[in-house]
Design a protein around this ligand. Structure first.
Ligand code: ST9
Ligand code: ZN
Ligand code: ZN
Length: 340
């Protein structure tokens, strides 16, 4: 027969709540030895991704070399154009439209954006937006997929090389996605991603230079891989560098920062202190289209003929009040000398 102590002791859950002093020892003894402290959690590496990303980066370096030695000029120009298109598919598409709903887009613009997004191969919009919504809601906690508190490497690429922290999946369950599930363009991309992505991101950009201007396979392939890896790193810098380095004119209590280098590389997405403070602004920065913010210029362009509409912004008054309340005092550089 089991002793009464054994019968009482729950094996799987730790009792919580207010305890009477004399209960402490009993309760502590009930904690099963197999409970693992969070600090002892083992990171589970995903070797498939480590090998794939290692390979892609090696090919990219070789592609860069070929750009300056054997590749045709048109191939490099195409890569430059595709970097911008893929970038817009992330910034204006996955990020500002679908993750944050900071503006609305007619279906032709959504089709353009989803094509550009597929060219960037950063997972389907559905998956990207789910991770990104968790990133904002639980920023820099274990539930943040690329928690910058775990360092530059983890937030840059390390998070794609290991299994997600259980908290990401747990907290992620509560994230609202019904708006994305109701968008046929997003659903179509998600359902056919494993066909669309190889075609749009790798096969067509490699074949086009070979057929259109007789590029060699090796030059076409490696330069396109360089283009892809460059866009990836520009994106990842928002999670790493822009969460670590830069000023905090809007909110000094958070880590996301204003980082001009990242803003240039990421087509206007480096103004990350502003973005985490006012995530609904379609510009993801205080400054509009032509101040290192190509993505805003793109949205403004489509707004001219009604394909982009209902753009959300933040009033100057609201920004000013926030700057005065929580800013780090660096905002002056941009103009309001008077801080009254
Ligand atoms: C890439 C993405 O590079 C980059 C995103 C960057 C974001 C940047 C944001 C910054 C702001 C914007 C700036 C833009 C600038 C752009 C500039 C352009 C010039 N919620 O994921 P799995 C659950 S991708 C809720 O496999 P593992 C769920 O049940 C590169 N639940 O987790 C899920 O099942 P299902 C190419 C969640 O097994 C299940 O868990 N792609 C959530 O831990 C399994 O999910 C790759 O290389 C959540 N958030 O694996 C692929 N997450 O999906 C890389 C998960 O069926 N990824 N669940 O519902 C992987 O291989 C894996 O995800 C893994 C983790 C190994 C990393
Ligand atoms: Zn965001
Ligand atoms: Zn962020």
């Amino acid at each position: 027969a089991k002793s009464s102590q054994e019968k009482m002791a729950p094996k799987t859950s730790i009792p919580t709540g207010v305890l009477h002093e004399q209960d402490d020892e009993v309760i502590l003894n009930q904690i099963p030895p197999e409970v693992v402290k969070p600090s002892e959690r083992k990171v589970e590496l995903v070797w498939r991704n480590i090998i794939l990303f290692g390979y892609l980066h090696l090919v990219a370096v070789y592609g860069l070399y070929r750009m300056f030695t054997s590749a045709k000029l048109y191939t490099s120009i195409l890569a430059y154009v595709l970097y911008h298109l893929a970038g817009l598919g992330i910034t204006a598409g996955a990020h500002r439209l679908w993750s944050h709903r900071s503006y609305k887009a007619t279906w032709p613009l959504r089709v353009i954006l989803v094509l550009c997004n597929t060219l960037a191969f950063e997972n389907s919009v559905m998956e990207w937006a789910r991770d990104h919504r968790v990133h904002h809601k639980y920023s820099e906690t274990d539930a943040d997929p690329h928690n910058a508190k775990r360092g530059f490497f983890f937030s840059h690429v390390g998070w794609l090389l290991c299994r997600k922290h259980p908290e990401v999946k747990e907290k992620g369950k509560g994230i609202e996605l019904s708006d994305l599930e109701a968008d046929p363009v997003v659903v179509f991309q998600h359902n056919y991603y494993m066909i669309l992505m190889p075609l749009v991101c790798f096969i067509l950009p490699t074949m086009a230079p070979m057929y259109l201007w007789n590029e060699t396979f090796v030059d076409a392939f490696t330069v396109n891989i360089f283009r892809y890896v460059f866009t990836l790193n520009a994106t990842w810098l928002v999670n790493s560098a822009a969460h670590l380095f830069g000023s905090k004119p809007y909110d000094r209590y958070i880590n996301p920062s204003e980082n001009i280098t990242v803003a240039v590389l990421a087509l206007g997405e480096g103004w990350h202190n502003y973005h985490h403070t006012f995530p609904w602004d379609y510009k993801t920065s205080e400054l509009g289209g032509y101040s290192f913010n190509f993505s805003s210029a793109f949205i403004d362009f489509f707004a001219k003929f009604g394909w982009a509409y209902d753009m959300k912004t933040v009033s100057v008054d609201m920004i000013k009040r926030r700057v005065q309340r929580t800013g780090d005092g660096t905002h002056d550089v941009w103009g309001w000398g008077d801080k009254d």
